[in-house]
Write a protein of this length. Structure first.
Length: 278
């Protein structure tokens, strides 16, 4: 069993108030009935989050926090004191952010990027704002267009810095963003390349023609819905293309170029038209 993480624990007893789980060396762990997502039977395994209370006793919860040990997230400050801050992470017990782990002055109701981990010295799950020392600890090994999980962390002059797979720094360039993104947003991305410094260039769409196929189908569908003509071509404003097709101008141009070479459409001065399908 891992403290600060999600565990699958076996049900050993059921009462009117909840269930008891086998916590191994930590003993029997009680989960209140109100936290159960389904009605279990003895012998079933339940997915629970395990942490420690103020007495350092293991506690199991049927409620999963916003993030667990080994993950990064933006969490809101509930309280600030000289000892540290208490963060809302989605369960009854707030997450403690010690003063020594803070990098700037905190304000209540503001959200901050933190890394969550189990502190062996205090035997508690705590947070730190020193996120850099928990990133880039291993050499990233990714292939082009490999799908990754990203957390949008901060903006700089060239784009948005993102945390990739809770392990590495990456960046999405402003010139390649065609949708609204904001701090704290979790989404999937696609690896463009891994740089020599170990940082990763990421895109929100797959690279190359493989990513264009769904767009080509959308263009053909829209042409058929609009009597075979659309007032968009390779000279159309990028934002207008994104608003109507949900893709970058670069991918739109690849799509209409492919459709033109396949003799499915004609590209005109005022737009594109469908080749007669009869």
């Amino acid at each position: 069993m891992e403290i600060g993480k999600i565990n699958n624990l076996k049900v050993i007893d059921i009462t009117d108030k909840g269930v008891y789980l086998d916590g191994g060396e930590e003993g029997h762990l009680f989960v209140p009935k109100r936290e159960l997502q389904e009605k279990p039977s003895v012998g079933d395994e339940l997915e629970v989050f395990v942490y420690r209370n103020a007495k350092r006793e293991a506690v199991a919860s049927g409620i999963i926090p916003y993030a667990i040990a080994g993950e990064f997230d933006f969490l809101t400050v509930n309280e600030v004191s000289s000892a540290g801050a208490l963060l809302d992470w989605g369960i009854a017990k707030d997450l403690f952010l010690p003063s020594r782990e803070q990098t700037n002055r905190l304000k209540v109701d503001r959200s901050y990027l933190v890394y969550i981990y189990y502190d062996e010295d205090t035997r508690q799950v705590i947070a730190t704002m020193n996120v850099d020392k928990h990133l880039g600890l291993t050499q990233p090994e990714y292939k082009m267009n490999q799908e990754v999980d990203i957390l949008v962390a901060k903006e700089n002059e060239v784009g948005y810095r993102v945390i990739v797979d809770n392990a590495h720094w990456g960046i999405i360039y402003h010139s390649e963003i065609f949708e609204k993104i904001k701090y704290g947003m979790r989404t999937r991305g696609y690896v463009k390349c891994v740089r020599e410094d170990g940082r990763i260039d990421v895109a929100l769409q797959k690279q190359g023609y493989r990513a264009v196929d769904p767009i080509s189908r959308l263009i053909l569908d829209e042409l058929r819905k609009h009597d075979g003509f659309l007032p968009y071509n390779d000279k159309t404003d990028a934002q207008l293309i994104y608003d109507n097709f949900g893709c970058s101008k670069k991918n739109f141009k690849k799509s209409i170029g492919t459709l033109y070479n396949q003799r499915q459409i004609l590209i005109k001065e005022n737009g594109i038209s469908l080749v007669n399908e009869d």
